[in-house]
Design a protein around this ligand. Structure first.
Ligand SMILES: [Zn+2]
Length: 259
C-alpha cells in the first residue's frame, strides 16, 4: 500500500506490517505513525469517478429525450465532458507531489519510495531512575542560581531590598531561570537539559519528534501539577505504560533513550 509522510509530500510503498508503527521519513527526518491510506487517494479517485458516471447517466437521460441529430451530438459532448473531468481527477491525484524534488536514487517515477527507505523507530522510554539522576544533575547545575537567591534572602546581595520584595524577586528569578533552562534546552536540537544529556535521555513528542519552545514551556509549567499531592505526578513516571510523568501526559511528551 502507498502512504504519505504526514510532515512532507514524500510517499512510500509499504507492507501492512508497517501499520501502527512509528517510522522516520528519510526526506524530512521526522517521525510519524503509519496509518491505512485507503481513505486518501483511492477514495478520492473512486468518488470522483462515481460523480462522473452519475453526470453521464443524467446527461444520457436528457439526451435520449431530445430528438434526431441533436441526440447524437449532445451524447458526444457529454462523454467528452466526462472524459475531461476524469483526466482532470487523475492529473490532480497522481501529480499532487510533482513539485516535490525527486533527487533520491530509490525514488521511483511517481515519487514513491520503497519501504526500505523508512526506518522503524523503536522508542525506549527512559525509566524513573535515569530521569531522577538527570534532575539531580540539573539541580547541581542550578546551584549558582540557588546561592544567588539565598544571598538575596539573607540580605548579602541587594541589602536595600525589603522583606516582601525579596520574596517576590526570588520567586521571579527562580521561575524564569528554571523555565528558560528547561524549555530552551529541551526544544533545542539536543532535546535535553544538561542533566538529561549526561544520562543519555531526551524529550520528544508522541511520535519521537523534537518539540517546540511553546510545548516545552507547557511541559515545564505542568511540573507544578506533578509536584502537587506529594509529587505523585513525578512518581507516575515509574509505573505508567510509556513511563510518562503527569507533566509528560499533559504536554503529550515522552522521555526516551537518545541514540
Ligand atoms: Zn517527510
Amino acid at each position: 500500500m502507498k502512504i504519505q509522510c504526514t510532515h512532507c509530500p514524500q510517499q512510500y510503498e509499504v507492507s501492512s506490517g508497517h501499520l501502527g508503527k512509528t517510522v522516520t521519513c528519510q526526506t524530512c527526518g521526522k517521525s510519524f505513525v503509519v496509518t491505512n491510506p485507503a481513505t486518501d487517494t483511492q477514495n478520492l479517485l473512486e468518488k470522483e469517478q462515481k460523480q462522473v458516471e452519475n453526470l453521464q447517466a443524467l446527461m444520457d437521460y436528457y439526451a435520449q429525450r431530445s430528438v434526431g441529430n441533436e441526440r447524437a451530438q449532445s451524447t458526444t459532448q457529454v462523454s467528452d465532458l466526462a472524459d475531461a473531468q476524469k483526466d482532470e481527477t487523475r492529473k490532480r491525484v497522481f501529480t499532487s507531489n510533482k513539485s516535490f524534488p525527486r533527487n533520491s536514487p530509490i525514488t521511483s517515477e511517481d515519487g514513491c519510495m520503497s519501504q526500505s527507505a523508512l526506518r522503524i523507530v523503536t522508542m525506549s522510554y527512559a525509566g524513573f531512575w535515569k530521569r531522577a539522576v538527570a534532575s539531580f544533575i540539573d539541580g547541581i547545575i542550578f546551584c549558582p542560581v540557588t546561592f544567588f537567591c539565598a544571598g538575596i534572602q539573607s540580605g548579602t546581595i541587594c541589602p536595600t531590598i525589603t522583606g516582601d520584595h525579596r520574596f517576590l524577586l526570588i520567586q521571579v528569578i527562580s521561575i524564569v531561570t528554571g523555565w528558560l533552562y528547561c524549555a530552551l534546552f529541551e526544544s533545542s536540537s539536543k532535546q535535553a537539559t544538561l542533566g538529561k544529556m549526561a544520562v543519555g535521555i531526551k524529550v520528544t513528542d508522541m511520535n519521537g519528534n523534537r518539540i517546540s519552545f511553546g510545548r516545552a514551556s507547557g511541559r515545564h509549567f505542568a511540573k507544578f501539577l506533578s509536584s502537587l499531592i506529594g509529587g505523585i505526578g513525578w512518581i507516575m513516571a515509574a509505573f505508567t505504560q510509556k513511563k510518562q510523568g503527569l507533566h509528560d501526559i499533559v504536554a503529550k511528551c515522552l522521555v526516551v533513550i537518545s541514540r
